[in-house]
Design a protein around this ligand. Structure first.
Ligand code: AMP
Length: 230
């Protein structure tokens, strides 16, 4: 399965990509995570992009494209991938087309996670995650059972918040999305690849809707058990 998850910051791309990875087997390739890893490790690339991430701006296309060309050549991407956060500009979308064409492979689908902007800022400003397993939480909508302990992996005192999740940076990241990233939607629509799901629904329902639009052939993973009334 070769797909792109598209949507503004806070739409749930990361969460849904991780779930699809578990259900459908393809690796999640998240440019934001790759940059943050470089920053954490103090690599030259990390030093180059650190301030850009803090400001909520886009890393220059040539830097991002080169990092992704390298990542997509790794053996784990041979049979599929779930792109999360790439492409984010028309130039990146065109570069991705060229990379895939050179490898003789095609995208299966581009899934746009549609959201309500007003709710996004509240959603992003309250989020935090486990530094050990990456499980996502939220101050209001998804608190861990014990305030300092991850429900998923049991790690203690490992919760972290992203530097760029402050409300003013979130607004800037939303502006950047509409200016640079939204214009790539027609590119994929004209290729007949674009599918849209409702990202404001419950997390489980969003995953289910994505699996439905992808179809069983692409993502045969276990769908959620039907809800039982009462
Ligand atoms: P994310 O984790 O996807 O929200 O990305 C965090 C930050 O990493 C973004 O605000 C950008 O500064 C940078 N970034 C991630 N993906 C890209 C991309 N495809 N092009 C340029 N910058 C990116």
């Amino acid at each position: 399965m070769r797909i792109i998850l598209l949507g503004p910051p806070g739409a749930g791309k990361g969460t849904q990509a991780r779930r699809l990875m578990e259900r459908c087997g393809a690796p999640q390739i998240a440019t934001g995570d790759l940059f943050r890893e470089h920053i954490k490790n103090g690599t030259p690339l990390g030093k180059q992009v650190e301030q850009t991430l803090k400001d909520g701006h886009l890393v220059p296309d040539e830097v991002t494209i080169s990092m992704m060309a390298d990542r997509l050549s790794q053996p784990d991407c041979k049979d599929g991938f779930i792109l999360d956060g790439f492409p984010r500009s028309v130039a990146q979308a065109k570069a991705l087309d060229a990379m895939l064409e050179e490898k003789g492979i095609k995208l299966d689908a581009v899934v746009q996670i549609g959201v309500d902007d007003e709710q996004l800022v509240a959603r992003i400003s309250g989020r935090f995650s486990c530094g050990a397993c990456n499980e996502g939480y939220h101050d209001v909508t998804k608190k861990p059972a014990k305030s300092n302990c991850c429900d998923n992996c049991g790690a203690e005192d490992q919760f972290k918040r992203r530097d760029d999740d402050k409300p003013e940076t979130v607004r800037e990241r939303l502006n950047v999305y509409y200016e640079n990233t939204a214009p790539i939607l027609p590119h994929y629509e004209s290729k007949g690849l674009l599918k849209t799901v409702n990202g404001m629904a419950e997390m489980d329902d969003v995953t289910e809707e994505i699996q439905v639009v992808l179809g069983k052939k692409l993502c045969p993973g276990t769908p959620k058990a039907p809800k039982i009334a009462g």
